[in-house]
Design a protein around this ligand. Structure first.
Ligand code: UDP
Length: 326
């Protein structure tokens, strides 16, 4: 099986690559290394079943030629991370809209099945209990940069659905809710590598706002097999499926768990949003997935709890020798 992973040098993409290589696929990665890192895939570079192409999904010719030679595509390449989105809204919009349309067009032209990585952000400002496809999608203002990511990913989903209904594209959409684990960098604002990194290095843990905002973190090790199962599931074609963690936790509690689990002597520092982010940031107070569709389609059950996630992230930071984000 020849598999193309766009964004395969990134955090989730590189774990997906490892999983596919273990299963015997021939894997090609397309990544522009904007946030992805060669170190994430360095251990695969000398395997004859693995190919790395540095390039952008905005390069339609390159995308066409790679997709013409592949059996299936996991499309994970995107401008991600709240910090990048609010600091570079224009290039993020271009990559996330035009780049994804290039991938969809090429897959349609070559008849190649595709999994489109989308995001819980598409639910927008909806903070209700158990978000599902049927939930109201509450659009954030176009004048608040944070929501440009949600807008772009929402357009991607609409494009994917249009290619599915008009041209029969074999596409499944997965909405990821705060996937975390080793190799995720804190550089672009993600909270788990930030807080665990601070705990491991003895710095104060920076909790933004009052810390009462909540998330349901899911371990990349639980998510990656589910991505493959969804692409391989006939029943998921044309569907949008949530994948997230099972337990809701406040960011303040996450900081406390990070200190406890790593045995850190660090304290917690509450930082006002205005000091933490560029203008154009607005936080979500709460985001809770309903995973029942993934459970029904592929038997998805998130198994890794937050303490175990913190242990894995702390371990990877320690063995890396230097902290990610530096
Ligand atoms: N956050 C925090 N400290 C940090 C980084 C993030 O308190 O060092 C907060 C952030 O403001 C948000 C939550 O943690 O409330 C999750 O942030 P992240 O960017 O990881 O995910 P998202 O907001 O996209 O769910």
């Amino acid at each position: 099986m020849k598999t193309l992973v766009t964004g395969g040098a990134g955090f989730i993409g590189s774990h997906l690559v490892d999983y596919l290589m273990r299963r015997g696929d021939e894997v090609t990665v397309l990544d522009d290394l904007s946030t992805g890192r060669v170190s994430n895939i360095a251990h695969q570079l000398f395997d004859s079943r693995f190919t790395f192409r540095e390039g952008s999904i905005l390069d339609a010719r390159l995308v066409d030629s790679l997709i013409a030679q592949t059996d299936r595509v996991f499309h994970l390449a995107a401008a991600v991370g709240v910090k990048i989105i609010v600091e570079h809204p224009l290039s993020s919009l271009r990559t996330n809209i035009h780049g994804t349309e290039n991938v969809l067009t090429a897959c349609t032209g070559s008849g190649v099945p595709l999994l489109l990585a989308s995001t819980s952000e598409v639910y927008g400002k909806n903070e209700s209990d158990g978000l599902t496809e049927e939930s109201d999608r509450i659009l954030g203002s176009a004048l608040t940069s944070r929501w440009s990511y949600a807008a772009a990913k929402g357009i991607d989903e609409s494009f994917a659905h249009a290619y599915y209904t008009e041209f029969g594209l074999n596409v499944s959409i997965v909405r990821l809710f705060n996937t975390v684990g080793p190799r995720q960098t804190g550089r672009y604002g993600m909270v788990v590598p930030n807080l665990v990194g601070q705990a491991v290095s003895g710095e104060p843990l920076t909790v933004f706002g009052d810390g009462q905002q909540t998330r349901c973190f899911s371990a990349v090790g639980d998510i990656v097999p589910a991505l493959v199962a969804l692409l391989e599931s006939e029943s998921a074609i044309g569907q949008a499926v949530n994948l997230g963690g099972a337990h809701e936790i406040s960011i303040l509690d996450l900081a406390a768990r990070s200190i406890e689990v790593t045995g850190s002597a660090s304290g917690i520092e509450l930082v006002p949003y205005s000091e933490a982010y560029a203008a154009g940031y607005e936080d979500m107070r709460r985001r809770v997935p309903d995973n029942s569709k993934a459970a029904a389609l592929i038997g998805f059950v998130p198994r890794t709890g937050i303490d175990q996630i913190i242990r894995l992230v702390a371990e990877s930071l320690r063995t890396a020798g230097s902290l990610e984000g530096e």
